[in-house]
Design a protein around this ligand. Structure first.
Ligand SMILES: NCc1[nH]cc(CCC(=O)O)c1CC(=O)O
Length: 323
Protein backbone atom coordinates (compact mmCIF):
# COMPACT_ATOMS: atom_id res chain seq x y z
CA UNK A 1 0.00 0.00 0.00
CA UNK A 2 1.23 3.47 -0.87
CA UNK A 3 1.32 5.74 2.14
CA UNK A 4 -0.57 8.99 1.57
CA UNK A 5 0.95 11.82 3.58
CA UNK A 6 -1.20 14.73 4.68
CA UNK A 7 -0.70 18.00 2.78
CA UNK A 8 -1.63 21.65 3.33
CA UNK A 9 -4.57 21.04 1.01
CA UNK A 10 -5.61 17.75 2.57
CA UNK A 11 -4.71 18.02 6.22
CA UNK A 12 -4.75 15.37 8.92
CA UNK A 13 -7.40 16.54 11.37
CA UNK A 14 -6.48 16.05 15.03
CA UNK A 15 -9.42 16.11 17.43
CA UNK A 16 -8.98 17.17 21.05
CA UNK A 17 -10.69 18.78 24.01
CA UNK A 18 -9.95 22.44 24.49
CA UNK A 19 -8.26 22.47 27.90
CA UNK A 20 -4.65 23.74 27.92
CA UNK A 21 -3.39 20.22 28.79
CA UNK A 22 -5.45 18.57 26.04
CA UNK A 23 -4.14 21.14 23.53
CA UNK A 24 -0.53 20.57 24.62
CA UNK A 25 -1.04 16.83 24.02
CA UNK A 26 -2.52 17.47 20.57
CA UNK A 27 0.41 19.73 19.64
CA UNK A 28 2.88 17.10 20.83
CA UNK A 29 1.16 14.52 18.62
CA UNK A 30 1.23 16.88 15.63
CA UNK A 31 4.91 17.70 16.18
CA UNK A 32 5.90 14.03 16.44
CA UNK A 33 4.04 13.18 13.23
CA UNK A 34 5.52 16.21 11.44
CA UNK A 35 9.04 15.23 12.52
CA UNK A 36 8.57 11.55 11.64
CA UNK A 37 7.54 12.38 8.06
CA UNK A 38 9.35 15.70 7.51
CA UNK A 39 6.07 17.62 7.18
CA UNK A 40 5.22 21.24 7.89
CA UNK A 41 2.72 22.25 10.58
CA UNK A 42 0.20 23.33 7.93
CA UNK A 43 -0.31 19.69 6.94
CA UNK A 44 -2.20 19.28 10.21
CA UNK A 45 -5.28 20.86 11.72
CA UNK A 46 -6.12 20.89 15.42
CA UNK A 47 -9.89 20.56 15.82
CA UNK A 48 -11.16 21.52 19.27
CA UNK A 49 -14.27 19.60 20.28
CA UNK A 50 -16.51 20.58 23.16
CA UNK A 51 -17.41 17.65 25.39
CA UNK A 52 -20.18 17.49 28.00
CA UNK A 53 -17.61 16.94 30.74
CA UNK A 54 -16.26 20.43 30.09
CA UNK A 55 -19.66 22.03 30.63
CA UNK A 56 -19.08 24.98 32.93
CA UNK A 57 -22.28 24.57 34.90
CA UNK A 58 -21.16 21.08 35.92
CA UNK A 59 -17.58 22.01 36.63
CA UNK A 60 -18.40 25.12 38.64
CA UNK A 61 -21.01 23.28 40.69
CA UNK A 62 -18.16 21.28 42.24
CA UNK A 63 -20.22 18.16 41.83
CA UNK A 64 -18.26 14.94 42.21
CA UNK A 65 -17.88 13.34 38.78
CA UNK A 66 -19.53 10.17 40.03
CA UNK A 67 -22.75 12.13 40.58
CA UNK A 68 -22.78 13.41 37.02
CA UNK A 69 -22.10 9.95 35.59
CA UNK A 70 -18.78 9.65 33.87
CA UNK A 71 -19.44 7.18 31.06
CA UNK A 72 -18.06 8.86 27.96
CA UNK A 73 -18.36 12.27 29.57
CA UNK A 74 -15.04 13.43 28.13
CA UNK A 75 -14.96 11.32 24.98
CA UNK A 76 -18.40 10.81 23.46
CA UNK A 77 -18.48 13.89 21.21
CA UNK A 78 -14.88 13.36 20.10
CA UNK A 79 -15.49 9.72 19.20
CA UNK A 80 -18.63 10.68 17.28
CA UNK A 81 -16.62 13.14 15.19
CA UNK A 82 -13.97 10.49 14.60
CA UNK A 83 -16.53 7.93 13.43
CA UNK A 84 -18.23 10.46 11.14
CA UNK A 85 -14.91 11.53 9.59
CA UNK A 86 -14.90 15.13 10.89
CA UNK A 87 -11.50 14.29 12.38
CA UNK A 88 -8.91 11.64 11.47
CA UNK A 89 -7.40 10.98 14.89
CA UNK A 90 -8.28 11.83 18.49
CA UNK A 91 -5.71 12.53 21.19
CA UNK A 92 -6.51 11.48 24.76
CA UNK A 93 -5.05 11.28 28.27
CA UNK A 94 -5.10 7.49 28.64
CA UNK A 95 -5.83 7.87 32.34
CA UNK A 96 -9.30 9.17 31.48
CA UNK A 97 -10.15 6.52 28.90
CA UNK A 98 -12.55 3.61 29.42
CA UNK A 99 -10.99 0.19 28.81
CA UNK A 100 -13.26 -0.44 25.83
CA UNK A 101 -13.90 1.78 22.80
CA UNK A 102 -16.98 2.17 20.57
CA UNK A 103 -17.28 -0.24 17.66
CA UNK A 104 -15.28 0.91 14.67
CA UNK A 105 -12.58 2.71 16.67
CA UNK A 106 -9.15 1.59 17.84
CA UNK A 107 -7.08 3.14 20.62
CA UNK A 108 -3.67 1.46 20.41
CA UNK A 109 -1.08 4.15 19.64
CA UNK A 110 0.82 5.58 22.58
CA UNK A 111 3.38 8.36 22.80
CA UNK A 112 6.40 7.90 25.11
CA UNK A 113 5.12 8.11 28.66
CA UNK A 114 5.73 11.18 30.82
CA UNK A 115 6.46 11.14 34.57
CA UNK A 116 3.90 8.73 36.09
CA UNK A 117 3.96 10.20 39.59
CA UNK A 118 1.44 12.28 41.46
CA UNK A 119 2.68 15.55 42.90
CA UNK A 120 1.86 17.09 46.26
CA UNK A 121 1.01 20.71 45.53
CA UNK A 122 1.04 23.28 48.30
CA UNK A 123 2.31 26.84 48.66
CA UNK A 124 3.66 26.14 52.17
CA UNK A 125 4.16 22.40 52.68
CA UNK A 126 6.47 19.85 51.10
CA UNK A 127 4.57 16.60 51.56
CA UNK A 128 1.71 14.65 53.12
CA UNK A 129 3.62 14.15 56.38
CA UNK A 130 3.70 17.93 56.90
CA UNK A 131 -0.09 18.28 56.88
CA UNK A 132 -1.40 19.16 60.34
CA UNK A 133 -4.04 16.96 61.97
CA UNK A 134 -7.41 17.65 60.38
CA UNK A 135 -5.92 19.68 57.51
CA UNK A 136 -8.07 20.35 54.46
CA UNK A 137 -6.95 18.79 51.18
CA UNK A 138 -8.64 19.30 47.80
CA UNK A 139 -9.09 16.50 45.28
CA UNK A 140 -11.89 15.13 43.13
CA UNK A 141 -10.11 11.85 42.52
CA UNK A 142 -11.66 8.93 44.41
CA UNK A 143 -8.33 7.12 44.19
CA UNK A 144 -6.31 9.93 45.75
CA UNK A 145 -9.04 10.49 48.34
CA UNK A 146 -9.04 6.82 49.40
CA UNK A 147 -5.24 6.60 49.41
CA UNK A 148 -4.96 9.73 51.56
CA UNK A 149 -7.64 8.65 54.04
CA UNK A 150 -6.01 5.23 54.27
CA UNK A 151 -2.84 6.85 55.55
CA UNK A 152 -4.37 9.88 57.21
CA UNK A 153 -7.98 9.29 58.34
CA UNK A 154 -7.87 12.67 60.06
CA UNK A 155 -7.68 14.69 56.84
CA UNK A 156 -10.63 16.74 55.66
CA UNK A 157 -11.01 16.10 51.94
CA UNK A 158 -12.95 18.59 49.82
CA UNK A 159 -14.03 18.39 46.15
CA UNK A 160 -11.62 20.10 43.73
CA UNK A 161 -13.12 19.76 40.26
CA UNK A 162 -11.96 21.42 37.09
CA UNK A 163 -8.86 21.48 34.95
CA UNK A 164 -5.33 21.99 36.26
CA UNK A 165 -5.63 25.80 36.12
CA UNK A 166 -8.97 25.81 37.97
CA UNK A 167 -7.64 23.61 40.75
CA UNK A 168 -4.53 25.73 41.19
CA UNK A 169 -6.73 28.82 41.45
CA UNK A 170 -8.77 27.14 44.20
CA UNK A 171 -5.56 26.32 46.05
CA UNK A 172 -4.43 29.93 45.65
CA UNK A 173 -7.79 31.09 47.03
CA UNK A 174 -7.03 29.14 50.21
CA UNK A 175 -9.80 26.56 49.82
CA UNK A 176 -7.32 23.84 50.86
CA UNK A 177 -3.83 23.46 52.32
CA UNK A 178 -2.76 21.21 49.47
CA UNK A 179 -3.93 19.45 46.35
CA UNK A 180 -2.59 16.69 44.11
CA UNK A 181 -1.80 16.86 40.41
CA UNK A 182 -0.20 14.45 37.99
CA UNK A 183 3.44 15.40 37.35
CA UNK A 184 2.79 14.63 33.67
CA UNK A 185 0.23 17.40 33.36
CA UNK A 186 2.46 19.97 35.02
CA UNK A 187 5.41 18.96 32.84
CA UNK A 188 3.42 19.05 29.62
CA UNK A 189 2.08 22.47 30.54
CA UNK A 190 5.63 23.56 31.46
CA UNK A 191 4.29 24.83 34.79
CA UNK A 192 7.64 24.92 36.53
CA UNK A 193 6.55 27.70 38.92
CA UNK A 194 3.93 25.49 40.65
CA UNK A 195 5.05 24.41 44.17
CA UNK A 196 4.89 20.66 43.45
CA UNK A 197 6.71 17.80 45.17
CA UNK A 198 6.65 14.47 43.31
CA UNK A 199 5.44 11.50 45.38
CA UNK A 200 7.18 8.14 44.94
CA UNK A 201 4.85 5.49 43.45
CA UNK A 202 5.49 3.36 46.56
CA UNK A 203 3.86 6.12 48.64
CA UNK A 204 0.99 6.87 46.28
CA UNK A 205 0.45 4.39 43.48
CA UNK A 206 -0.66 6.38 40.41
CA UNK A 207 -3.82 5.93 38.37
CA UNK A 208 -3.82 3.34 35.60
CA UNK A 209 -2.12 4.82 32.52
CA UNK A 210 -1.18 8.07 34.25
CA UNK A 211 1.19 10.13 32.13
CA UNK A 212 0.38 8.36 28.87
CA UNK A 213 -1.10 9.95 25.73
CA UNK A 214 -3.14 7.69 23.47
CA UNK A 215 -4.21 8.27 19.88
CA UNK A 216 -7.47 6.83 18.61
CA UNK A 217 -8.37 6.19 14.95
CA UNK A 218 -10.99 4.49 12.82
CA UNK A 219 -10.42 0.74 12.72
CA UNK A 220 -10.63 0.59 8.92
CA UNK A 221 -8.41 3.63 8.26
CA UNK A 222 -5.25 1.82 7.17
CA UNK A 223 -3.47 4.91 5.92
CA UNK A 224 -3.76 6.65 9.29
CA UNK A 225 -2.72 3.40 10.95
CA UNK A 226 0.53 3.46 8.98
CA UNK A 227 1.14 7.12 9.93
CA UNK A 228 0.59 6.35 13.61
CA UNK A 229 2.92 3.34 13.51
CA UNK A 230 5.80 5.79 13.12
CA UNK A 231 5.18 7.51 16.46
CA UNK A 232 4.02 4.55 18.58
CA UNK A 233 6.11 3.84 21.69
CA UNK A 234 6.32 0.09 22.15
CA UNK A 235 7.44 0.14 25.81
CA UNK A 236 4.51 2.37 26.79
CA UNK A 237 2.23 0.00 24.86
CA UNK A 238 3.44 -2.98 26.85
CA UNK A 239 3.03 -1.18 30.17
CA UNK A 240 -0.46 0.04 29.34
CA UNK A 241 -1.55 -3.38 28.09
CA UNK A 242 -0.83 -4.77 31.56
CA UNK A 243 -2.33 -1.83 33.46
CA UNK A 244 -5.49 -1.67 31.35
CA UNK A 245 -6.04 -5.43 31.50
CA UNK A 246 -5.84 -5.06 35.29
CA UNK A 247 -8.42 -2.25 35.20
CA UNK A 248 -10.66 -4.10 32.74
CA UNK A 249 -10.82 -7.21 34.89
CA UNK A 250 -11.53 -5.16 38.00
CA UNK A 251 -14.31 -3.51 36.00
CA UNK A 252 -12.99 -0.17 37.13
CA UNK A 253 -14.60 3.16 36.57
CA UNK A 254 -14.15 6.62 38.03
CA UNK A 255 -16.30 5.37 40.91
CA UNK A 256 -13.78 2.80 42.06
CA UNK A 257 -10.53 3.59 43.81
CA UNK A 258 -8.00 1.61 41.80
CA UNK A 259 -4.28 2.28 41.31
CA UNK A 260 -1.69 0.46 39.26
CA UNK A 261 1.66 0.84 37.62
CA UNK A 262 3.69 -1.33 35.28
CA UNK A 263 7.43 -0.82 34.87
CA UNK A 264 9.91 -2.50 32.55
CA UNK A 265 13.27 -3.88 33.57
CA UNK A 266 14.83 -5.16 30.39
CA UNK A 267 12.29 -7.60 29.00
CA UNK A 268 10.66 -8.18 32.41
CA UNK A 269 7.48 -6.36 33.32
CA UNK A 270 6.60 -5.60 36.93
CA UNK A 271 2.98 -4.74 37.66
CA UNK A 272 1.83 -3.40 41.00
CA UNK A 273 -1.86 -2.91 41.73
CA UNK A 274 -3.99 -1.58 44.56
CA UNK A 275 -7.70 -1.45 45.35
CA UNK A 276 -9.12 0.55 48.22
CA UNK A 277 -12.36 0.94 50.03
CA UNK A 278 -13.78 4.33 49.00
CA UNK A 279 -13.52 5.62 52.58
CA UNK A 280 -9.88 4.53 52.78
CA UNK A 281 -10.53 2.13 55.66
CA UNK A 282 -8.83 -0.72 53.80
CA UNK A 283 -6.29 -1.07 51.00
CA UNK A 284 -5.19 -4.25 49.28
CA UNK A 285 -2.07 -4.25 47.16
CA UNK A 286 -0.13 -6.93 45.34
CA UNK A 287 2.36 -7.33 42.49
CA UNK A 288 3.26 -9.68 39.67
CA UNK A 289 6.25 -9.98 37.34
CA UNK A 290 6.82 -11.77 34.06
CA UNK A 291 7.84 -11.45 30.41
CA UNK A 292 6.92 -8.04 28.99
CA UNK A 293 4.82 -9.53 26.18
CA UNK A 294 2.56 -11.29 28.74
CA UNK A 295 1.25 -8.03 30.22
CA UNK A 296 -2.35 -8.74 29.32
CA UNK A 297 -2.31 -12.05 31.14
CA UNK A 298 -0.48 -10.59 34.13
CA UNK A 299 -2.92 -7.71 34.47
CA UNK A 300 -5.84 -10.12 34.39
CA UNK A 301 -4.23 -12.43 36.93
CA UNK A 302 -3.30 -9.66 39.34
CA UNK A 303 -6.84 -8.29 39.20
CA UNK A 304 -8.29 -11.75 39.96
CA UNK A 305 -5.95 -12.10 42.94
CA UNK A 306 -7.04 -8.74 44.35
CA UNK A 307 -10.73 -9.42 43.71
CA UNK A 308 -10.46 -12.67 45.60
CA UNK A 309 -8.66 -11.03 48.51
CA UNK A 310 -11.16 -8.15 48.57
CA UNK A 311 -14.30 -10.26 48.62
CA UNK A 312 -17.79 -9.00 47.74
CA UNK A 313 -18.98 -5.49 48.62
CA UNK A 314 -15.44 -4.18 49.00
CA UNK A 315 -16.16 -1.13 46.87
CA UNK A 316 -19.30 -0.02 48.70
CA UNK A 317 -19.35 3.39 50.32
CA UNK A 318 -18.86 3.14 54.07
CA UNK A 319 -19.03 6.83 54.72
CA UNK A 320 -21.09 9.63 53.24
CA UNK A 321 -18.62 11.53 51.03
CA UNK A 322 -20.54 14.76 51.54
CA UNK A 323 -20.23 14.77 55.31
N1 LIG B 1 -8.27 13.44 35.32
C1 LIG B 1 -7.70 14.60 34.73
C2 LIG B 1 -6.35 14.35 34.16
N2 LIG B 1 -6.17 13.50 33.15
C3 LIG B 1 -4.83 13.43 32.87
C4 LIG B 1 -4.18 14.28 33.75
C5 LIG B 1 -2.74 14.51 33.85
C6 LIG B 1 -1.87 13.96 32.77
C7 LIG B 1 -1.77 12.48 32.75
O1 LIG B 1 -1.84 11.79 33.79
O2 LIG B 1 -1.56 11.97 31.65
C8 LIG B 1 -5.14 14.89 34.55
C9 LIG B 1 -4.92 15.91 35.57
C10 LIG B 1 -4.35 15.40 36.89
O3 LIG B 1 -4.67 14.29 37.34
O4 LIG B 1 -3.60 16.14 37.52
Amino acid sequence: MDLRLPTAGETLKIGTRGSPLALAQAYETRDRLATAFGLEEDCFEIVVIKVSGDDRSMVEADKPLKEIGNKGLFTREIEEDLLSGKIDIAVHSMKDMPTTQPEGLLLATYLPREDVRDAFVSPRLGGIAELETGATVGTSSLRRRAQLLNRRPDLNIVEFRGNVQTRLRKLGDGLAEATFLACAGLNRLKMTQVPATPIAPEDMLPAIAQGAIGIERRLDDNNTAALLDAIHDHATGQRLAAERAFLFTLDGSCETPIAGLATLEGTTLHLRGEVLRPDGSEAIADAISGPAEDGLMMGTELARTLLERAGPNFFDWHADPAS
